[in-house]
Design a binder for this molecule. Structure first.
Ligand code: PLP
Length: 379
């Protein structure tokens, strides 16, 4: 079965008791047992819920994984991964990650005895140099948020697997399983904020983890059940509905973003354009090798810094000035004070998040309208 078909059918067979073609929203928190321990796989909805099970089955199929676990947010999924580490253990993390991932690791989990070393993700040797005997995890995000750096997944996996007991985790939110398959490149675990492209309509917060390893899945299911960061049945249903059109949406995000990135490179007020599909992008060769498309995120730096940024964002009409990404509607975000405000200014600047940087989540509207909006706002 091909991707677009899986997105609509896997985990979503007609309901056996009613014939309902669309997966029901199972609100029941509890499940009646015929005798003690005699049930149909569900006992209590934090541990397992039929609507969530449908979503998890579909998510696993799309990521090419044996197992998926859904969480109440991408951060909840990330937090579940940190529970794989015990106090005194260490993780190596690419310095270009979502600001909330940085916040969780540095400002929360550090206080619980975990240690993190931040390295330049585009240099696989940096991961090797940072490994310690107590390292349990290498964490990367690619393409990165917001400067769209591309990290060579296979090269990082090789480094991580060079030391026994080190897992490679890839945040695949920006690429989506439609365009990138980290597990096939050797990663142990994939994480998504399904709030973004998977849900696709900016109306549900969620996250998920996927793996091919039964032991890892069992441990993470234990974490999910014990820490309780699960999505509601309605959230699972909304995410599943969004996923049905993922393939169509991603193709359109990709073509719209490619056109906009190319157009931006020709604008005099624009200093740098970050889009992995541009042949001038430093990660283009790796992106072409490990991705099947470049998705819909484009960042760019305005020559005039903060004042030109302020002028442009207030003139945009079709692009909304807003956090988040991956929905059908186009958004524009100012990472320095919005998504990446948790990162100290000097660390932010070092990873390219300058006062002139804007990030676009290019939606699936008609690209002519998007280009016209950008042109009048820049003018
Ligand atoms: N990973 C990436 C790449 C993100 O962009 C985000 C949120 O923006 C997250 C993880 C966290 O996801 P959530 O906001 O669903 O908790």
């Amino acid at each position: 079965m091909k991707f677009a078909t899986k997105a609509i059918h896997v985990g979503q067979a007609p309901d056996p008791s009613t014939g309902s073609t669309i997966i029901p929203i199972h609100l029941s928190t509890t499940y009646t047992q015929a005798g003690i321990g005699q049930h149909k796989g569900f006992e209590y909805s934090r541990a397992g819920n039929p609507t969530r099970a449908a979503l998890e089955t579909c998510l696993a199929a799309l990521e090419g994984a044996q197992h998926a676990l859904a969480f109440g947010s991408g951060c909840a999924a990330t937090a579940a991964v940190t529970h794989l580490l015990k106090a005194g253990e260490h993780a190596v993390v690419s310095s270009e990650v979502y600001g909330g991932t940085y916040r969780l690791f540095e400002l929360l989990m550090k206080d619980h005895g975990l240690a993190f070393t931040w390295v330049r993700g585009t240099d696989p040797t940096a991961f090797a140099a940072a490994l310690r005997p107590n390292t349990r995890l290498v964490w990367i995000e690619t393409p990165t948020n917001p400067t769209l750096s591309v990290i060579d997944i296979q090269a990082v996996v090789e480094v991580a697997h060079g030391q026994s007991g080190v897992l490679t985790v890839v945040d695949n939110t920006f690429a989506t399983p439609y365009f990138q398959s980290p597990l096939a490149l050797g990663a142990d675990l994939v994480v998504h904020s399904s709030t973004k492209y998977l849900g696709g309509h900016s109306d549900v917060v969620g996250g998920c983890l996927m793996t091919n390893q039964q032991a890892l899945r069992d441990r993470l299911h234990f974490v999910q059940k014990s820490s309780g960061g699960v999505p509601s049945p309605f959230d699972c249903w909304l995410t599943l509905r969004g996923i049905k059109t993922l393939a169509l949406r991603m193709d359109r995000h990709h073509t719209n973003a490619s056109q906009i990135a190319t157009w931006l490179t020709a604008q005099s007020g624009v200093r740098t354009v970050y889009f992995p599909g541009l042949p001038t992008h430093p990660g283009h060769a790796v992106a072409t090798r490990q991705m099947r498309g470049f998705a819909g995120m484009v960042s760019f730096e305005l020559a005039g810094g903060r004042s030109t940024v302020e002028r442009m964002v207030t003139r945009l009409h079709t692009f909304a000035l807003a956090e988040s990404l991956g929905g059908v509607e186009s958004l524009c975000c100012y990472p320095a004070t919005m998504t990446h405000a948790a990162i100290p200014a000097k660390d932010r600047e070092a990873i390219g998040i300058t006062d002139g940087l804007l990030r676009l989540s290019v939606g699936i509207e008609d690209v002519d309208d998007l280009l016209a909006d950008l042109e009048q706002a820049l003018g």
